[in-house]
Write a protein that binds this ligand. Sequence first.
Ligand code: NOJ
Length: 549
Amino acid sequence: MKQQETFSQDEQSGKWWQQAVVYQIYPRSFQDSDGDGIGDLQGIISRLDYLKKLGITAIWLSPVYKSPNDDNGYDISDYQGIMDEFGTMADMDELIEKAAAADIRLIMDLVVNHTSDEHRWFIEAASSPDNPYRDYYIWRDPVEGEEPNGLRSIFSGSAWGLDESSGQYYLHLFSKKQPDLNWENQQVRKEIYDMMNFWLGKGIGGFRMDVIDLIGKQPDLELTANGPKLHDYLQEMNQASFGSYDVMTVGETWGATPEIAKLYSNPARHELSMVFQFEHVTLDQQEGKEKWDLQPLSIRQLKEVLSKWQTSLGNQGWNSLFWNNHDLPRIISRWGNDQQYREKSGKLFAILLHMMKGTPYVYQGEEIGMTNRPVKAIEEVEDIESINMYHERLAAGFPIEEIMTSINTKGRDNARTPMQWDDSETGGFTTGTPWLPVNDNYHEVNVKQALADPNSIFYTYQQLIQLRKENPLIVWGEYELLDTADTIFAYYRKYHGEKWLVVANMSEESQTLELKDKVKDQIISNNDSLTVEAGNVLLQAYDAFVVRV
Ligand code: NOJ
């Protein structure tokens, strides 16, 4: 029977996560409390007041489970244990409790496409082809003495790792130390649902599901994303675990189109709350190539893509809004200007995104305008993805300068440098030696400075988050793109007769916007000297504002 359930479009019957603003914590780099140079759970607890002040209502916590850290926690060796460097289960319980007391829900990262090769299941599985755990992973015989097929790892090289003792290959779509789980095995699925229930029982606010679009893969067909059973698995997971809780679930879904997004997030289908899709952040890579193959961003395309996502889900799907995360470069360095216009362009990106429909995510440090940290040589790089790509491209004959430009533009370490809290040594992140150097600009760019300056980016974020809490128009309103010059991004939001206009000059040139609407009042802007009235509005570099019209 076809169910009629769709999303409601108002605050009375809406879900909490449609009205939430999520803050992503990359725990390794957030706040160290014990001087080992690595952030930890007590560090996070000590900063809850700061997050409360910012106004966010949920935290997406990148993985804190036991892990040998081949991929900084995205290689899990025990889903029900806490990484030693981060603390203990008692610390975790304390964090959940104290966050709840501050009305902040804790969203755990759920990494179940793969485990670490040091997970008990894989150790068993690799011990013998007859081991009962063998089928928890994906094994194939060699073909003519070689890898079973041409599947490539997202971290470079073949996706097939040789297990010398049996002569078979196992699948790893990420690093060799991240073997893929076999989702076709019912026992694997049950173990995962049980583990999820363990965490749900602790009162967490939900899950962010790492590369969840890959779990339905068909390796023999070299098909990885959006496999035929993906949505069956998610429906089964929903029923077996979080479906009976009031939690939020967000799927990391790289290749989702709006139609695919509806499969995941249409409430009638009982899968996930929302998608986290990446179409806009792939626009500065050459089509059909890898993220390292750079091309300039076309603002016109950015407007098209973001607007398409604003209008195409209707009440049958829900989307996330973000510029940054721990896998992406810092937005100000990427598409703004991290020198002369660091604060101005930072505020512009904040205003543009936080006025859209969807659930916004703020990545730690974004709210104080943190920037990329450039490196000179590969020895300074920690991230396995960049390191593997470097060696692969070097062997393929790419010039070193070109490879280093790619790493400095797109490498993941850019956004993983420690949080800058104040201007003391290491930016107040640790009393020891930070695992990854702090960006040199911590003397000027830090939380202490931002809190002391009423005009800082921090207060723009704080104001935007507050506006979302107070104005259903931002959460539920209709979206309409205005037809303007290419580098002006302007749109309306409309709700029950109320209409707001959002305008952003995405360039360093001054330009004029012809404004037909009568302006009722100004809501927020990144330029205090700007008065917006009907007629010709002169926009300076990176000017952005919101007015009620
Ligand atoms: C996506 C995560 O965000 C990324 O950091 C990780 O390397 C891969 N999935 C593999 O887990």
